[in-house]
Design a protein around this ligand. Structure first.
Ligand code: ADP
Ligand code: MG
Length: 349
């Protein structure tokens, strides 16, 4: 399990259950490009501007180190779009619960929407936490993504809800979806059901984010089959890396059998507490394990996030100037700085 994923995955196979000791890091970007010891005089800015990873506008800022221990690139404001679509589909996935999948889906989606991207959030966890986080009571819904998956007569427009945030729409979900796991088992192409259901949205949106349930069952397989890439939120705590190898194995199987274009977008460190040695140690280990697969943007631990759930809105509107809102805006810019899928496909050719 190496190059198919790029070397981002190479070390993850081994970074499993036993947190310490981990093998040496294997980063995609040669270490000298981001080594903290390398001064800015040595950076070849012209070469970096041509660089497929950093791209023209993401030359690292001179010497400021980010929380991941690497120089923090400058992530510029994304340029406005003159049209929308075709969509990139991102699955927010980790079979561990409580790691920040739903929080990241909502707030990354809201931040991308602020930057003028048309975003569709797909609640794909029968708990319906994403719907609740946007102020919707999922038990009162007549139509949810379950109807879209199981009934031919239900269309995407029937289920789609507008949120209070411009550019941010939602496919809501409730406990009915739990039945789909059983119902889909006997369907033809059962892993492709979500991909089929989302097709009508692909032309109109720029980004779809699928909030996965905390398991690697059939619903998650559907999400990984529908997705172009996966973001894996990891809570910065001692057992963060537990089970990650199982997740990357599942992604590998989906790549082999269902979706060869699936790739790892990045590992997102969440609930990071920079004040504790423990938090910093865990983040160091995560970067050792995944190298450049870790987003530079790190989400700090703050009580503001649980508050937003109660308020039923993203942190970007609930506490617009908070560090949490800024962190998700930075993540959105980091994501948008990356080469487009078309550019990546061209560079593979
Ligand atoms: P998951 O979807 O992976 O189960 P959630 O996004 O629902 O995880 O987060 C689990 C709990 O942790 C929620 O109560 C949420 O409000 C809280 N939470 C998420 N991110 C943070 C954070 N950065 N700081 C503090 N609490 C957080
Ligand atoms: Mg969740």
């Amino acid at each position: 399990m190496t190059d198919k994923y790029g070397s981002r995955f190479a070390s993850t196979a081994r970074a499993d259950e036993s947190f310490p000791p981990l093998p040496a890091a294997k980063a995609v970007v040669p270490k000298e490009r981001w080594s903290p010891n390398r001064s800015s005089e040595h950076l070849d800015e012209a070469a970096l501007a041509e660089d497929p990873i950093f791209g023209p506008d993401t030359v690292p800022s001179s010497s400021k180190l980010g929380p991941t221990g690497r120089p923090l690139p400058i992530f510029p404001e994304p340029p406005p779009l003159d049209h929308h679509g075709p969509a990139t589909v991102i699955a927010m996935c980790n079979q561990k619960g409580g790691v920040g999948k739903t929080t990241s889906s909502i707030n990354l989606g809201a931040a991308l929407a602020e930057y003028g991207r048309k975003v569709l959030l797909v609640d794909f966890d029968p708990q319906g936490a994403l719907s609740v986080g946007l102020g919707i009571n999922p038990h009162e819904l007549d139509l949810t993504i379950h109807n879209l998956l199981m009934e031919r007569r239900t269309t995407l427009e029937d289920v789609l809800l507008k949120t209070n945030i411009p550019n941010l729409d939602l496919l809501p979900c409730n406990i009915d979806l739990a039945a789909a796991e059983v119902q889909l088992v006997n369907e033809v192409a059962r892993e492709q059901a979500l991909s089929r259901a989302l097709q009508p949205a692909m032309a109109d949106y720029d980004i779809l984010i699928i909030d996965c349930q905390p398991s690697l069952g059939l619903l998650t397989l559907n999400a990984l089959t529908a997705a172009h890439s996966v973001i894996v939120p990891l809570e910065c705590e001692y057992f963060a890396l537990r089970g990650v190898a199982l997740l990357t194995d599942t992604i590998a199987k989906v790549q082999d059998r269902l979706n060869p274009d699936l790739r790892l977008e990045g590992i997102l460190a969440t609930m990071y507490d920079a004040r504790t040695v423990h938090g910093r140690e865990v983040l160091t280990r995560v970067v050792e394990a995944f190298g450049d697969g870790v987003f530079h943007s790190v989400i700090g631990r703050t009580v503001r996030f649980p508050e937003t759930t109660v308020a039923g809105e993203p942190i970007t509107t609930y506490a617009s100037t908070s560090t949490g809102a800024k962190a998700y805006r930075q993540l959105a810019r980091e994501l948008l700085c990356r080469p487009s899928r078309a550019q990546q496909a061209a560079s593979r050719r």
